[in-house]
Design a protein around this ligand. Sequence first.
Ligand SMILES: [Zn+2]
Ligand SMILES: [Zn+2]
Length: 266
Amino acid sequence: MDRQIKLHFLGSGTIMPDPRRSCSAAILETPQARILVDIGAGTLRRMAIEGIDLHSIDYIFITHFHPDHSGDLAPFLFALRNSRPARAGRLLQVWGPAGFFRFVQGLEQAFGKWLQFSHEVKYHELRRRLLDFPGFRLIWSKVQHAPESVAYRFEIENRAVVFSGDTGYCPEIIRLCKKADLAVLECSYPDELVVQGHLSPSLAGKIAAEAGIKKLLLNHFYPDVLKTTPVEIAQKYFGGEIRIANDGDTFTIPLEQEQADKGVDG
Ligand SMILES: [Zn+2]
Ligand SMILES: [Zn+2]
């Protein structure tokens, strides 16, 4: 079987209700793990539509606490609890930036025992800049948006995939994207309406060019930016491949085949 990284887009939109674009959420699948990056409002239903079992998720990484990136964490945990023991003892690790423990405590206070787990779910607050997990390495950086906002770089074998979360144009995101195979950058507003702490097509294109990435995936669109031509605008700065992410889209990156996959054992 072909070894690959699979990126499955659940939500490419923002908090503005849009029938075609749910809030931020994407599944990054490596040969060893299923990782959910952001869990914005509506993610649980998007997973059901795409046929993704919530028990198949090994990790959740949250970029910041705005509800379009974190709003379905409580429903996800409630669903997990109500469908026990289907998880069969498998651990779910949920990671978030500084303040995440306080965020979880707040949810537990609001929802009570329904969100409390003894051993199936473990919460982690990011501290070390580089974290090794089975089959992937995570590097994160603070970015310019909410005070806690981070962007994530996943390194899987010799490949790298970056998720900006929400961010403005800043040196940290350029550094984190350096030579990445794929960068998923937010593209909230058209150039003329862009505000501090968000990106536009030109700014996303500039980051892609300055970081020397291979492929740029634009997502997190407020309605006005989609009335323009984001790909063409970003292309003025970045000569590599640029795509618009839509809900339900899947992107793959091939990995080197292992010896065992080459048919030695028939
Ligand atoms: Zn935000
Ligand atoms: Zn957002």
